[in-house]
Design a protein around this ligand. Structure first.
Ligand code: UDP
Ligand code: MG
Length: 317
């Protein structure tokens, strides 16, 4: 019998889980030709999520949970899930029911037809402010232009991945993770299906604009070095212009003498060049910071408890 795992990263989801669990039970009972495994990853929730999971585990052995020692962020929580799931395939789903479990049978059907990565694309972005929609569209445009890998817009983590994709993703253990880019980096046979994204059933979305902004920078810097290239090109153009201007100033001074003039030119040049230098340094700094974090080589997450058992040895080595 083939085994299907469902991976659910949870951060402060005690209010959503009572809605989500019955939906998943309905799904599992309706498709009993498969063996099922629910893998909840408690990403350092500050509410009663862990207690809810422990209770579910007690009455239903299909429920598994990994309790992380603190909040590591959704990307790392998902990696913990990749390490712990045991199914022939895995469906990643949000705990807040924004990803309808009713779509999963359709994904499984496509998986049985031989697709390795069946991803769900939102038809609309649901209730979001105009500014947020705009910013995210711009972000995808920039990413698209600057990197060789296609990162699809309106496609999130809601997808079914075959065991071969899970094993591939487990090998990508960088510390600043951008999983959306990794799905396309690993390749494999992909298939798109569409869905209508609802609103959260309970609780609150944990993303602020500040987090989204840093997520965008992570996305770009972890997938492309194009910003470094751009700053090289700008530097080159500016120095060519500066060289031409230097020749002009030199001959003007030689031919016509040099009464003190050109204060505005001087100020403009200093400010302009200073600005460009700062910007380039900042870009280089972003990458150096990333190198620094990567060389520390710390684990991507730390597990406190797995299914009522305290964990002392990491699973992944
Ligand atoms: N999540 C997580 N760790 C975090 C933030 C979020 O595991 O630090 C989980 C959260 O519990 C949910 C999913 O990631 O299951 C998506 O989060 P959310 O609904 O807040 O994001 P949005 O839907 O607004 O993008
Ligand atoms: Mg959500």
């Amino acid at each position: 019998m083939k085994k299907i795992s469902i991976l659910i990263p949870c951060f402060n989801e005690e209010k959503s889980l009572p809605f989500l669990y019955p939906e998943l039970v309905k799904l599992m009972d309706g498709n009993s030709q498969y063996e099922w495994e629910l893998m909840f990853v408690n990403d350092g929730s500050r509410d009663g999520t862990l207690e809810v999971l422990q209770q579910l585990r007690q009455k239903d052995q299909r429920v598994n949970y990994v309790d992380l020692s603190r909040n590591f962020g959704k990307e790392n929580a998902m990696l913990a899930g990749f390490d712990y799931v045991t199914g022939n395939c895995m469906v990643i789903i949000d705990a807040d029911l924004q990803h309808p479990p009713t779509l999963i049978p359709e994904m499984i059907k496509l998986w049985e037809q031989g697709y390795d990565d069946v991803y769900a694309k939102r038809k609309s972005r649901g209730k979001e402010s105009w500014l947020r929609k705009r910013l995210s569209l711009e972000f995808y445009k920039i990413l698209q232009r600057s990197s060789r890998f296609e990162v699809l817009k309106n496609v999130g983590d809601f997808r079914l991945l075959d065991r071969c994709c899970i094993n591939a993703l487990k090998q990508l253990r960088e510390s600043e993770r951008y999983t959306k880019g990794m799905y396309s980096w690993i390749g494999f046979k992909k298939k798109e299906i569409e869905f209508e994204q609802g609103d959260r059933v309970a609780g609150e979305s944990s993303w602020s604009y500040r987090q989204l902004f840093s997520f965008a920078i992570d996305g770009i810097t972890s997938f492309t070095t194009a910003p470094l290239r751009i700053s090289t090109i700008i530097g080159f153009i500016v120095s060519v212009c500066a060289f031409l201007y230097m020749i002009y100033v030199f001959f003007k001074a030689v031919l016509f003498g040099d009464p003190v003039q050109g204060y505005p030119t001087l100020v403009i040049l200093i400010l302009f060049l200073g600005g460009i230098q700062m910007l380039s340094l900042g870009i280089i700094g972003e990458y150096i910071g990333r190198i620094y974090n990567e060389t520390k080589n710390r684990p991507d997450y730390i597990v406190r408890e797995f299914n009522n058992q305290r964990v002392y040895q990491p699973l992944h080595d």
